[in-house]
Design a protein around this ligand. Structure first.
Ligand SMILES: C[C@H](O)[C@H](O)[C@H]1CNC2=NC(N)=NC(=O)C2=N1
Length: 96
């Protein structure tokens, strides 16, 4: 299903509410690194994100080593950033 791609202005506005997230991949994605106490904490967080992702049908690209998790959000269906990425980033922040 196709989704509207955010304009540059919409991206800047959205990122103002997400201070720990940065634009990545020429503005077609957003990215944040997380660090936890240990692997169990990191994996618990990832489990929460997985449940959010299934509910929203919007899935992260991510990388984990022990207590570190890196998340990239982009909308494949929009070939860039959409409101879905912003909503997912906000929902992820709310898990912390
Ligand atoms: C068919 C299904 O709704 C789509 O493939 C969904 C699944 N999860 C998705 N996740 C992300 N990150 N971008 C998408 O465009 C996307 N599309």
């Amino acid at each position: 299903m196709s989704v509207a791609r955010l304009t540059q202005e919409e991206c800047s506005e959205a990122l103002a509410d997400l201070p720990d997230w940065a634009l990545a991949r020429d503005g077609s994605a957003i990215f944040r690194k997380f660090e936890f106490g240990d692997f169990i904490e990191a994996f618990g967080f990832m489990t929460g994100v997985a449940l959010l992702a299934e509910k929203a049908d919007h899935h992260p690209e991510w990388f984990n080593v022990y207590n570190r998790v890196e998340i990239t959000l982009t909308t494949h269906d929009a070939d860039g950033l959409s409101q879905r990425d912003i909503a997912m980033a906000k929902a992820i922040e709310a898990l912390l």
